[in-house]
Design a protein around this ligand. Structure first.
Ligand code: URA
Length: 206
């Protein structure tokens, strides 16, 4: 069994879903999460955009470049983290997913969180933050806050780290440092520190 088939077996991939009629029409494919099934850090975005829909991978457009750059800076390679979205199909005209669409996809997200069992779930932007925390969130002022949240059927709360959406730094350069500090915090929770070579090392390894 290759890695892709193994992921299907583990329930990380959604092979067919027609729960959201508008999204079935607007998507060209279902965009599942990527990254190791046992990653320590799980990033959750809103929904795929045009580029993600075309390539079948979350955060591969401009927001993805911002995220990748910051991950590298803190010693977290993209390949070592898991990246997914609240909704796996591209909404038409890049509108926000509706409440029904978020609910239709929630089971897939919760199954992925359970399966990956990360040290920290990082919500990128307002939609995923409010979806997982189930309250209104002022992301600009709350970025960097960690809340213990009970997700899905589990009785054990998980740390959820609120983070600005990477695109926020493209619209407003003054948000760059808060975004950088929050990604740094994610790495610290996962016990990763930057190395001189730009790779990653696990604190406590030595
Ligand atoms: N923005 C998101 O929220 N998710 C993506 O996959 C890309 C951009």
């Amino acid at each position: 069994m290759d890695a892709e088939q193994a992921e299907h077996m583990e329930g990380l991939c959604v092979t067919d879903c027609t729960r959201c009629p508008a999204l079935v029409d607007s998507r060209s494919r279902i965009v599942d999460g990527t990254g190791p099934a046992d990653a320590d850090v799980l990033f959750v975005g809103e929904a795929p955009g045009a580029q993600e829909d075309a390539e079948g991978e979350p955060f591969v457009g401009r927001s993805g470049t911002v995220l990748d750059d910051q991950l590298r800076t803190v010693g977290l390679e993209r390949e070592s983290v898991r990246i997914t979205n609240c909704v796996r199909c591209r909404p038409p005209d890049n509108r926000d997913p509706t409440t029904d669409e978020l609910e239709n996809c929630r089971g897939y997200l919760e199954a992925e969180i359970d399966r990956v069992d990360p040290d920290v779930v990082v919500t990128l932007g307002k939609v995923p933050s409010e979806h997982l925390l189930e309250r209104s969130v002022a992301v600009t002022s709350e970025t960097g806050s960690v809340e213990e949240v009970r997700l899905g059927d589990t009785t054990t709360p998980r740390p959820v780290l609120i983070c600005l959406h990477p695109a926020a730094t493209l619209y407003d350069r003054s948000q760059e440092s808060a975004f950088a500090e929050t990604i740094q915090e994610a790495a610290a929770i996962a016990g990763v520190s930057p190395t001189d070579e730009g790779g990653q090392s696990r604190l406590g390894e030595y």
